[in-house]
Design a protein around this ligand. Sequence first.
Ligand SMILES: Cc1cc2nc3c(=O)[nH]c(=O)nc-3n(C[C@H](O)[C@H](O)[C@H](O)COP(=O)(O)OP(=O)(O)OC[C@H]3O[C@@H](n4cnc5c(N)ncnc54)[C@H](O)[C@@H]3O)c2cc1C
Length: 386
Amino acid sequence: MRNQETFGSKETADVVIIGGGVIGLAVAREVALRGGGQVTLIERGRLGAEASYAAAGMLAPQAEAEHVDPFFELACASRDLYPAFAEALREETGTDIELERTGTLYLAFTPRGEEELEHRYNWQRRAGLLVERLSAEETRQLEPCISNQVRGALRFPLDVQVENRRLIAALSASTEKQGVRLLTETHVQSLITERGRVQGVETSRGVVHAPVIVVATGAWTSFLAASDKGFRPVSIEPVRGQMLCFASNPRLARHVIYSPRGYIVPRLDGRLLAGSTTEHAGFERRVTGEGLNAITSHALEIAPAVGGLSLLDSWAGLRPRAEDEWPVMGECAELRGLFYATGHYRNGILLAPLTGALLAEQIMTGKASPLINAFRPDRFQCVGVN
Ligand SMILES: Cc1cc2nc3c(=O)[nH]c(=O)nc-3n(C[C@H](O)[C@H](O)[C@H](O)COP(=O)(O)OP(=O)(O)OC[C@H]3O[C@@H](n4cnc5c(N)ncnc54)[C@H](O)[C@@H]3O)c2cc1C
């Protein structure tokens, strides 16, 4: 069916997934792989053109964590799925998602920063995690581009990166190969509900009937309406992140490098990404002078040579953030057949393989893995149908 055509009256699916970002695609692939019947993914624009396109592709739970909690455990478990996930996608589609395993550095530039490194090193070692402490000299030996103002660093060998745009391409090809129906340029306007159950979705091209609906609409989740007016979706707000992209040939660095204020990410093809901002700017997905200025100065603090690179591109994306900044995953207690896979905030690329697996497991077996427990949608009060 061409994308502009409207549906007939008997359009049906076993599972409908709303949203074709990395999360919707990962769930669709996994449900299809497990034999979940006819899976239809509905995306109002192009696949993976929103936050999933804007991301830096870092898979770095250790570099960002302050302590062990269910979120940290989820993030590490998902990171650890990546080698097999990348290999499976390559076999299925021929696309290499460029899982780059040099590792991640986290730098300190002040005495306070050194204390933070010390704290992080100690708790991660106690937790049995792989982390290395480097002096200023060792840091600069490893990555000579790093500023001579650096006072030390931690190296996380297991925190790696992928090329997220290749990941989107691979997931799109894989889902198509598994027989998932990909409906792009199709807007889901509301859920059709009856007696506390979902029955399907009303779209810009007509109705699709389905007993299971997965909401993977990222930053736009709060707009979801239902025929039952009592329905309130979980509340997700957009948090803008801007990004710059420089040409760096030969490559300036091999590691992903963080400071407390920003990061640089060297891609295999010679691009160097620099990020980012954290802004509450509504749905305005644009790059601003202020954003550009802040990102550049943070990148220069890490590696002064960035000042001589050509700026190739810039963009912005909207991170989907729930009130407590944790993802929202699993079945909605009040509306049977409705599942959430949203609110992945800063870590949707990292969390995609495990989100796909956990959602597919719950949809197919009716049982929720203990890993998903802390992220259930009913931890918020606002979900419900009268
Ligand atoms: C600058 C920046 C850097 C980042 N860096 C990283 C990183 O290094 N590592 C990491 O793990 N994460 C990173 N993230 C976060 C990551 O990008 C997100 O968590 C992730 O992309 C969320 O995926 P998603 O599929 O939920 O959302 P999206 O990719 O935004 O997809 C949601 C989709 O739903 C569609 N949609 C919405 N409403 C409807 C509707 N009613 N009908 C049909 N379709 C609809 C939208 O069009 C969109 O395509 C970064 C984000 C930004 C902005």
